[in-house]
Design a protein around this ligand. Sequence first.
Ligand SMILES: CC(=O)SCCNC(=O)CCNC(=O)[C@H](O)C(C)(C)COP(=O)(O)OP(=O)(O)OC[C@H]1O[C@@H](n2cnc3c(N)ncnc32)[C@H](O)[C@@H]1OP(=O)(O)O
Ligand SMILES: N[C@@H](CCO)C(=O)O
Length: 378
Amino acid sequence: MVTPRDFVCTTPFTFKSGQVLPGFTMRYETYGQLNRARDNAILICHALSGDHHCAGRHSAADRKPGWWDHLIGPGRAVDTDRFYVICANCLGGCSGTTGPSSIDPATGKSYGIAFPFVTINDMVRSQKRLLDHLGVDQLHAVIGGSMGGMQALLWAILYPNFVRRVLAMATTAREGAQAIAFNEVGRQAIMQDPAWEQGNYPADGGPRVGLAIARMMAHITYLSDASMERKFGRRKRVTTTTAHGENPYSFDIQFEVESYLRYQGQSFINRFDANSYLYITRALDHFDLAHAYGSLEQAFAPVQAETLVVGFTSDWLFPPEQNREIALTLLRAGKRASYAELATDRGHDSFLLESPDLYRIVRGFLEREHEFVLDFSI
Ligand SMILES: CC(=O)SCCNC(=O)CCNC(=O)[C@H](O)C(C)(C)COP(=O)(O)OP(=O)(O)OC[C@H]1O[C@@H](n2cnc3c(N)ncnc32)[C@H](O)[C@@H]1OP(=O)(O)O
Ligand SMILES: N[C@@H](CCO)C(=O)O
């Protein structure tokens, strides 16, 4: 069992945009114990719609454990008998950390789109405050997939003496046009929903239709053609019947894949805030290490950590080439880096799925004592 906790930071926080919050709340969970040497902490950074609950259960009645429970726990690849694992909901999120749906003390209402623009840099710097609060003065590793991988890379750049290992999966040093385009369609679905109300919707309302459509569309990008074919193919769901049987001439759900996507959209609106979706997708779009530092090599110049990048062959959102480029650039910059590419047809969200191959790689990377050897296991 695990209990979420709140870190209340009361010192002002200046965003990259220059906007300032007088403080913020960050919800987090920890697993395992910080050892006496304080050198066994691992930070887990979640992806776009993840949260602080990456492992364990809040109660015996929980239908599901945390989102990376198969990877993190006693005796698992990220072994909480050995490591002290921390995971926090990101700044701008909607699962307990301050974000657009939080109440602005100055107005007594939700910030909405008056919330400061959030960047990956802001997420990392706010996490650092949490770690300072927890008494963590170095990280054995930072681990993250997708947006979590962006944060992990930036951790090694911003706090080079603090981070010993970086494990970034299914990620990118900057999104390509296609990924930005998908995010923009999602944002438009939200903003064109009249219930968005310029971002000022009530807590119990909001652009639920737009948010569901945004998630349905995005969810397709998290899978792959092959995995959708395997899961659903052209299988039909008989929901539209007439006195004479099935009516194929309707726009109700007919195919299982439609049912699946509608389910994904509906379950998303029950757990996610539309404005947070706008902010976090924007943070993803703006992340561009080469632009921020002049070149990717220059971005990685301060890195001290050993880095392992893991790409997945069927990831068409942050494709293997983008993951490989991170490792290659680190090597060109004289850093200790490796790249592993896992052959799978399960798409971008492969990093979230059970995979003994991934477990072996993660455990090996975290537990090896000696320096990491260059190993292109493609
Ligand atoms: C990185 C993070 O921070 S993670 C936190 C964010 N979480 C996510 O992004 C998860 C969203 N992504 C997913 O669910 C992705 O599909 C995956 C790839 C990660 C999960 O894949 P799988 O475990 O294979 O689950 P699958 O794709 O089959 O979907 C499962 C859900 O769809 C439902 N479902 C499956 N088929 C159908 C169907 N034909 N009609 C309706 N619903 C369906 C299942 O009942 C299940 O519901 P549940 O989640 O409430 O239990
Ligand atoms: N499906 C995951 C990964 C997206 O990159 C999420 O929604 O957080």
